[in-house]
Design a protein around this ligand. Sequence first.
Ligand code: ZN
Length: 532
Amino acid sequence: MILPFLLLQTAATSPLAIRPDTARPLHDAQHYDVTLLLGDSGRHVLGQIETSWRLRSSEPIQVELDSALRVVRVLVNGRENTRLSRTMYGRGRNDIVIPHDGKPGDSLATRIRYHGEVARGLVFRGDKARGLSIFADNWPDRAHGWLAVQDYPGDKASVAFHVQVPAGYQVLANGTLQKIDTLPYGHVVWNYQMDRPIPAYTLVIAVGKFAVTRLPDAACSVQCVPQTLWTLPEDSAFAVTGPFRRAGAIVEFYSRLVGPFPYSGLAHVEAVTPYGGMENATAIFYNDSLYRARKLPEETVAHEIAHQWFGDAVTEDDWHHLWLSEGFATYLAAMWAERAGGATALAKAMRSEAESYFVSPEVDRPILDAGVRNLDSLLNENNYQKGAWVLHQLRSMIGDSSFAAGLRAYYQRYRDRTALSEDFAKVMSEVSGQDLDWYFRQALTQPGYPVLDVRTAREGGKLVIEIRQTQKAEWGTYRLPGLELAIDGKLIRVDVEGRRVRKVADGFSGVPKKIEVDPRGQWLLKSVNSKR
Ligand SMILES: [Zn+2]
């Protein structure tokens, strides 16, 4: 573990900027140059990582490295690190502590060599026909199972991979293939380079024997994106004609909606992963069982592609803001469904997200939940489904064009960087010209959703509409400006604030036959009891 970071939260800190992660990067790792030697059997890895640092303090550098791996050598600026201390470096259970005599702002280089049997972070699969295959499995903080890195989303670095494997195997890693070196003894080195900084949880390799299919370049009117499919040979036809049939159109759609694709290309990999898909920058891994069952949905492809913008290029600065990644990918996939299938497809997708959320225990917790300590439990209906709804309702409030302009501005400002919810809220307020702080506080720090009871009565010859918020007290009440109702088909708007609001509606005679809340479709995350 890294030294715990003391949370210096003052009363002035917005709840949208909370950073509950208990560990943080001490310095800025700017570039990792990774050399790995992998055999064709077993889990043994010999690794060397040269890291370029920008120091933030005189504190020692700390990188994480799983205790299963033995550190062989640590150099600082190319030399044995004996100047400051008789200890060259400290080795904790899962970390390496490297003293230095640098000052804040200084650049410094470390080189760490290590080896051992990998216990986590790489999945090894043996197959008689194809030999070994290896896939990185980093999320959320298993990268240090095989890489000596600062394993936090708040630190992003560019990377070069030099991966040595027996001839006959292919290697995929982040970025673009630079060259393949042939060594004596039947080994080859695959060299990849990723110029853009990405978070440690997306630093990946895949090793195996793949059929590689090139899809047509996409989004060329914005910026051409070459795409490839890496599959088992028997699955390539399914992949090309099935889930990836419209991968080019998806990249094109997001490029126009949000901004240019962040990287120079994109590979879709049939992989061994515990997730349905994992959005590694430029190399998305999809669960191989979904190929074998011929059940990989396009929705998953659209979700993972969206992560290249949100998650990879703009990264949550603290795990507790994961909705900035998962809520965005879920909503952009719903917008792709809308693009492909129209408003009905969008409404259907959002209704399905709402139904999953309503029955989840997460309804009693807010999206920004400082109480979460187990990072895996952040993969929940708050960060995915409700996160998508936060964007969907926002779009309804500020309109399509402001919403799209806000997404573009946010991407442009935070591309290759990290962001907190407060950063997104500020951009959206600026672009829309409305102070949206209240909305984001409500949507992100309040649990639950409004449960509305709508009644009408005739009083003194006029129709009175009464709207009550009947959700449990612990959820609080919600502000719903301009809540839309259709009364016998006539649209009226009511500003809802507090537990009970009454509005006198003119122009109605008799008792209304039909009252619809949110009649334009599914634009508000709510449930309704309508009574007359
Ligand atoms: Zn996702």
